[in-house]
Structure formats: C-alpha cells, structure tokens
Design a protein around this ligand. Structure first.
Ligand code: C5P
Length: 401
C-alpha cells in the first residue's frame, strides 16, 4: 500500500524522536519515499545524519540552506506529499499547528499540505491532559487531521500514564490502512475474538490462552478495506485502532452468543475466531469459595452453546459464515467435518503441531477449506498477512457462481 507513496515525516523535539528512526526505516522498507522535516529542537534529540542515511534524502530543517542560499519550498513539499506524518508531535508543535504559528519549516509545510496529515502526540501525561493540549488536539481533529493516540505506559519522566508515542509498527499500520483498497465498503462483518471466561465464583474462572490477536487482525483488515465491523470480544489485552470497528466486550460464551445472535441478521458475514470455552460451571458461587472447606469442592460442568453452529442455523441466503479450527491431529478431516456440521462457507485450519501457529504468537500457518471444495494452504506468515488472505478468500467465495 505504501509503495512509491511520498511521505513527509515531521519530527519534533521530544525524547520519542529516537523512535522516528525506526519509523523512517519501516516506511522505506514498505516502499515509500520519505522526506524528513525536523524542527530545530528535534536536532537535539536525533541527528539529521541518522535520518538522511535511513531515508536516502537530505533532511530539511531550515527555510533555506545557509551556504548555498537554496530555498526549501514548503509549497512544493506540501504538493509533493501523499501523506504527512508528524511523529513525535510535541505539545508545542501541536499548539503551533492548531493556531497557524508558522515559524519553522515543519509547521509551514503543514499549512501548505494538501495531503492527509497524521499526528502522533508524545509528551508527559500532565502535558497531555492539560486543557490547552486537549483543546489543540480537538482543533486538529476538526481540521480533518488524524490523531494517532499515544499509548499508556512508562514515560521518559518515569511517571506512568498516557503520552507514549504509538509504536512505529502501529503508525505504519495506520498509514497502510489509509491507502488500502476499500473493497468492503457498505458491508457489515461480525467477528468473534479472544477467549471466553466462565465464572466459578466472583474471583475465579475457567478460561484459555487465546490472545485474540488473529480475530483483532481480521477486524483491522476488514475495517481498513471499508467494512463496518462488530467485534464481539472476550477478555484480551489488545486495543482497536480503526474507528470503523465497534467493540462489544463480553466475558462468557452465553454473553458472546447473545451479542452474536442479535447482530448476525444485520451482517453480510460472520467470522468466528473466538476460542469459546466448551464447558461452563453449572452455577456460579455468589461468594468466594473458601479454602477452609472440609471437602475439596467439585465443579460440575455444563455444555456451552456452539455460537458458530447457532449462526449456521440462522444463516440466510446471501450471508456467509466462516469458522476457525485449531487441531492437534487428523487436522484436515476434523476441519472439514466442522465446516459441514456448522454450515460454514469456509474454515481456517491451524495446527498446534506447526511451530509459530496458534495461541499468543504473532504468526500463523493456516490452510483454508471452502464449502465449494477449494483448499488454500499458506506458509507461516504474520497474523496481519493471514488476515489479508482470509478476507481475500471470503471475497472470492462471495463471487463464486
Ligand atoms: O468445535 P470447535 O470448537 O473446534 O470449532 C471451532 C469453531 O467454532 C471456531 O470458529 C469457533 O469460534 C467456533 N465455536 C463457537 N462456539 C463454540 C465453540 C466453537 O462459535 N462454543
């Protein structure tokens, strides 16, 4: 998506400027042409030499080059760019951008830019929540600029809070999504992700190791291609990036089922990625079960509803349903059985026997089986790439005669 795209990378004077080197590297690796513009104080944090070496282009900081008198045209740069990303963006630069204070090359170019502008703030937590910063960021949003929200975590001040610049990989993802082909515009997709937690008592549950990474990657991929996504997710530790994703957090299989049954009739496609617990305790203790009991407590389990199977029974002509199968043996046979029994149009098989596939990893190795009899085997890939393949295959099924 970023191949041959012209990207202006604006760097301002914050400690997170060291991450701009990785960002430039990733953008260049993705095929983009990157022109770095630094504010004068950014040069105190990272050298122009580092940035020009990584991008293969001289860095611009001044309105003109002192020894040659050559003028750096902010107007030409503004027209050249397909996107401008300012990372890190300090409170000072955000304030200047919000109020048109064009006293350096970066803000002047910002005012001339016709392309979309992405702003990745980075600052201390108190600066971040100061009404002045909040107001300025809102102003940038109102100008149509995209704010790449900072993450929570330990800051340079050693305080913990919101203000860490988003990781370069995620900034690249936001840009990639922006340029992605919008072939799912007008479609509504339901996705389940993560584990389910089945309560034993107020402090204990039965759960599993599902990280939710695969389901969230599919949600981001579908949303970046223009779909409206309803993501029904069990408890996981992942943030949603695309505003087209509506997150419906649930805990138990029952709650997941209720949310899915309500949503599926409005959707074109359901993608069942969740690792739903097969069993739940038959009742939940209202108070914490105490260790001092004479007898070891016995937890009686009852079967959980099969969400995919329920949706398979509800499925109407024109709707699609996709399942996942995580198998340890007889993989192909079991996956195709599930495809049939749950009335799926496609199933994505991953084997726990494959290194790098399954729970918690950032990679996956899958084989896709379609109800029409096609088999698509892929090598080990990142979950983002697998998500791309899954969506491509769903689109190809929708076009099958
Ligand atoms: O039967 P099994 O759990 O292996 O099937 C896996 C597929 O079925 C996955 O797509 C999973 O999300 C879905 N599933 C479900 N509800 C269950 C069990 C599995 O939706 N209770």
């Amino acid at each position: 998506m970023l191949k041959n795209k012209h990207i202006i990378l604006g760097i301002t004077g914050g400690i997170a400027a060291y991450k701009s080197a990785s960002l430039a590297r990733l953008l260049v690796k993705a095929g983009a042409e990157v022109q770095v513009i630094m504010t004068p104080s950014a040069r105190e944090f990272i050298t122009p030499l580092t940035m020009s070496t990584l991008t293969g282009k001289p860095v611009i900081t001044e309105f003109f080059t002192a020894n040659t008198g050559q003028w750096n045209s902010h107007v030409d740069l503004g027209l050249w760019a397909d996107a401008m990303v300012i990372a890190p963006a300090t409170a000072c630069t955000i304030g200047k951008m919000a109020n048109g204070i064009a006293d350096n090359m970066l803000v002047t170019t910002y005012l001339s830019a016709k392309a979309p502008v992405f702003v990745a703030p980075a600052m201390d937590l108190d600066m971040m929540r100061h009404p002045s910063t909040v107001h300025n960021i809102e102003k940038l949003r109102s100008y149509g600029n995209y704010i790449i929200e900072p993450a929570e975590g330990e800051l340079a001040s050693h305080l913990i809070g919101k203000g860490r610049m988003e990781e370069p990989e995620n900034i690249v993802r936001v840009l990639t999504n922006h340029f992605a082909e919008k072939d799912l515009t007008g479609h509504h997709i339901l996705i389940t992700a993560g584990p389910t937690f089945e309560k034993i008592d107020p402090v204990r549950f039965i759960g599993n190791y599902s990280s939710g990474k695969m389901g969230y990657a599919i949600a981001e991929e579908a949303a970046s291609r223009g779909a409206r996504v309803s993501l029904v997710s069990g408890p996981v530790d992942i943030r949603v990036n695309n505003p087209a994703i509506e997150l419906i957090p649930v805990e138990s299989a029952r709650q997941m089922l209720d949310a899915c049954v309500a949503l599926y009739p409005q959707c074109d496609c359901g993608i069942m990625c969740a690792a739903v617990a097969d069993y739940a305790p038959d009742h939940q203790a209202t108070h914490k079960i105490k260790r001092e009991h004479e007898d070891v407590p016995v937890i009686k389990l009852v079967k959980n509803p099969d969400i995919a199977k329920t949706l398979g029974e509800m499925k109407q002509p024109g709707q699609l349903l996709v399942g996942f199968a995580l198998e340890t043996d007889n993989e192909e046979f079991n996956a195709i059985e599930k495809l049939r029994k749950k009335n799926l149009d496609m199933i994505v098989l991953n084997s726990l026997r494959d290194a790098g596939a399954g729970f918690g990893t950032d990679t996956n190795k899958v084989t896709i089986f379609t109800a029409s009899g096609r088999t698509i085997a892929t090598p080990l890939k990142s979950k983002t790439e697998v998500a791309h393949d899954v969506i491509d295959t769903i689109i190809s099924i929708a076009h099958e005669p």
